[in-house]
Design a protein around this ligand. Structure first.
Ligand code: GLN
Length: 561
């Protein structure tokens, strides 16, 4: 039978429950346990797929096509194992299930209530992951902060499960903040005491308290928290700020978080954690031998969380290459032909980000043209790839009106068009082409060189695709479809002949990059950017005559209207 660890949060949001949960999971996994993590989100949306990134950050997509909270990305990046639909549940989803059952007559004659019907459904979904024999430990992160009205049914479900499963099968880790008051030069424990009291009033007593702090905690402070919050001193864990989230597992290991949880769950601590790969990654991350600057062109760049998986993929790929990747955010909405030189000239590579709608799209298209003509490494993801095709159509193939029908439904050159199966869909939630699909890679292409194989599978989230009616014309002019869906022929990867590195993918490679398995497209993009930077610097200092600024693609005349 699986054992359950619940992670709750107190005092304030954004304390990093997801990272603490992922770090604990990593340590338990490194000690030989089979671990998974799930997240419960207390909002009413059925999933975050319909949420604007400004509201909720990036929407992470699982193999089986669930649109989920970005914390699932951290879980996968840390554990290197895929999550699924069952790993992210919202209040909306819980109510949807209960209401559907009510309409079907499942509760005939009964009044349907929060207790027991909603809490039963919450418990069912918690236990679901532990029932299939695949895991020794299921970690459940409860979104929100203790005391929120929305969190109450979840806390109540945890209370019931503690009673039903027994203390050796179930424990609660509570994450709080110990604020530092500059004027008093003191760390304050009162908010923690209050949040633990609030949790206790709901019937749940934390077994372990993890304290986020910006200043070192002294032992007497741990004692004070232990005394006031009724836990043992070694169950008070200090989580001070570290330079990267990837150091948190090491910090938690030093604080013995994993061992304390195992002892409480009566799991013998026999094996030392095997973190050799993780340490190797951290070492490379900390001591890079070179540095590059990549421009991230997107319309949500003011919000870091909107491109979380892309940023993390650069960290993984940078470490492999022992190269520090500085990501420079460039707002596509404010990128114009006039300022493009100033914004892009000093970059070593450009990534055009995914996105929806027309805001900022012309800036993205201009960026593609700039880097295509100058031989600057380019990587376009989803909408980024679509922009690359529009730019090529307009500038190289002379189709001045080329566009995606997402932006201009009346375009005379719909090089990007709505997928056939999307044409009849009107509902917005969960209806895109989502999750993993196979892709065949053409031998002899850059994509083949990068992946080293002909068959791959990648994750998707889109409604539009490259219009294959134009493929021959594109390929004749040097834009190759190097990856295609084997059944439908949908173009998945494009690349430009005669360019040092120009790749677009309809899928989202960033969703599959993990610490132990950095994504090859990112790894090779970083490598290409580093090579470009070296050659450019050498040509500037006169040690090589390689001309990195090259226009290689012959242009066609604009089509006559
Ligand atoms: N808006 C585009 C589409 O739906 C691209 C989506 C994306 O970048 N994720 O096809």
């Amino acid at each position: 039978m699986a054992k359950y660890i619940f992670v709750t949060g107190g005092v304030t949001s954004s304390l990093g429950k997801g990272i603490i949960a992922a770090s604990l999971a990593k340590l338990l996994q490194a000690r030989g346990l089979r671990v998974t993590i799930q997240k419960f989100d207390p909002y009413i949306n059925v999933d975050p797929g319909t949420l604007n990134p400004y509201e909720h950050g990036e929407c992470y997509v699982t193999e089986d096509g669930a649109e989920t909270d970005l914390d699932l990305g951290h879980y996968e990046r840390f554990l290197n194992t895929p999550t699924s639909q069952a790993n992210n549940v919202t209040t909306g989803r819980i109510y949807q299930t209960v209401i559907t059952k009510e309409r079907e007559g499942a509760y005939l004659g009964k009044t349907v209530q929060v207790i027991p019907h909603i809490t039963d459904e919450i418990k069912r979904r918690i236990l679901l992951l532990g029932n299939n024999g695949k895991y020794d430990i299921v970690i459940t992160e409860i979104g929100g902060t203790v005391g929120d009205i929305e969190s109450l049914p979840y806390i109540e479900s945890v209370r019931q499960l503690q009673w039903e499963l027994g203390s050796e099968n179930c424990l609660v880790v509570h994450l709080t903040l110990i604020p530092y008051l500059k004027a008093a030069k003191e760390l304050k424990t009162k908010p923690t005491q209050h949040s633990v009291r609030q949790l206790s009033e709901a019937g749940v007593h934390p077994d372990v308290i993890v304290c986020r702090t910006e200043e070192p905690m002294y032992n007497d402070l741990k004692k004070k928290i232990a005394l006031f919050c009724n836990v043992t001193v070694d169950s008070v864990i200090e989580a001070s700020d570290v330079p990267t989230i990837y150091e948190v597992p090491m910090e938690m290991m030093q604080e013995r978080l994993d061992q304390i949880c195992m002892q409480k769950l009566r799991i013998p601590v026999t094996k030392e954690p095997d973190l050799s790969k993780w340490r190797e990654f951290l070492n490379k991350l900390k001591y890079p031998k070179s540095k590059i600057t990549i421009g991230l062109i997107g319309k949500y760049v003011e919000l870091q969380d909107a491109y979380k998986s892309i940023l993390e993929s650069f960290i993984h790929a940078g470490a492999v290459n022992e190269c520090k990747v500085v990501v420079q955010n460039i707002h596509s909405e404010f990128l114009t032909k006039e300022n493009i030189e100033e914004k892009l000239a000093n970059l070593d590579g450009v990534l055009v980000a995914p996105g929806f709608g027309n805001r900022g799209i012309e800036g993205k298209i201009s960026a593609v043209q700039y880097v295509r003509e100058r031989g600057i490494p380019f990587f376009g993801i989803c909408l980024g790839m679509q922009c690359a095709m529009i730019e090529f159509a307009r500038d190289v193939l002379g189709m001045k009106d080329a566009n995606t029908t997402e932006v201009n439904p009346g375009t005379t050159e719909p090089v990007i068009d709505l997928m056939e199966e999307q044409k009849k869909i009107t509902a917005k939630g969960g209806t895109m082409r989502l999750g993993a699909y196979p892709c065949d890679i053409k031998s002899g292409t850059l994509a083949y060189k990068i992946y080293g194989k002909n068959h791959i599978s990648e994750r998707h989230r889109h409604r539009y695709e490259f219009n294959n009616a134009y493929l021959e014309e594109f390929e004749n002019a040097g834009m190759i479809a190097s990856g295609k869906n084997p059944e439908t022929g949908l173009v998945e990867i494009v690349e430009l002949k005669d360019h040092p590195f120009f790749i677009g993918s309809q899928f989202h490679p960033e969703l599959k990059s993990t610490v132990e398995n950095p994504h090859p497209l990112f790894v090779n993009f970083v490598k290409a950017a580093r090579d470009y930077a070296e050659k450019r610097d050498a040509s500037r200092t006169g040690t090589t005559d390689i001309n990195v600024n090259q226009v290689t693609t012959p242009k066609r005349m604009a089509k006559q209207e």
